[in-house]
Design a protein around this ligand. Structure first.
Ligand code: 5GP
Ligand code: ZN
Length: 113
């Protein structure tokens, strides 16, 4: 937990968020500025700044499994969806608590910008 981290504060319920999933290791909530009809962020409760600092394969792999569960629950699993992690400047990472974006509900262009 980092005192000044936005997503740690959401995890601690100090800042409101539309939480769609929570267990002992992860929280998932709707992105405040959605880029698709479905745009959820899946975050580990443990503070890891970015993929560059990650060491726990299980923790990082679990982000994808939570996203897959949510994709099914939100009705986009069959049509398709995208999961991605932005890391550092060139990818446009703005919040330095690792998070996996789950995007769906519309055709998603490729390659991404
Ligand atoms: P990044 O650019 O770091 O991969 O993604 C950060 C995401 O967090 C952005 O999509 C942004 O819209 C979202 N975000 C930033 N601040 C908040 C917030 O206070 N609440 C929620 N729910 N999402 C946020
Ligand atoms: Zn954090």
């Amino acid at each position: 937990m980092a005192d000044d981290c936005l997503f740690c504060r959401i995890i601690r319920k100090e800042i409101p968020a539309n939480i769609v999933f929570e267990n002992d290791a992860y929280v998932a909530f709707r992105d405040i500025n959605p880029q698709a009809p479905l745009h959820v962020l899946v975050v580990p409760k443990e503070h890891v700044a970015s993929l560059n600092e990650a060491t726990d394969a299980g923790l990082i792999g679990g982000l994808s499994l939570v996203a897959a569960q949510l994709a099914k629950r939100e009705g986009v699993a069959e049509g398709g969806y995208r999961t991605l992690i932005n890391t550092n400047r060139d990818a446009g990472q703005t919040v330095f608590h690792v998070h996996l974006h789950l995007l769906g509900g519309r055709p998603l262009g490729w390659p991404p910008g």
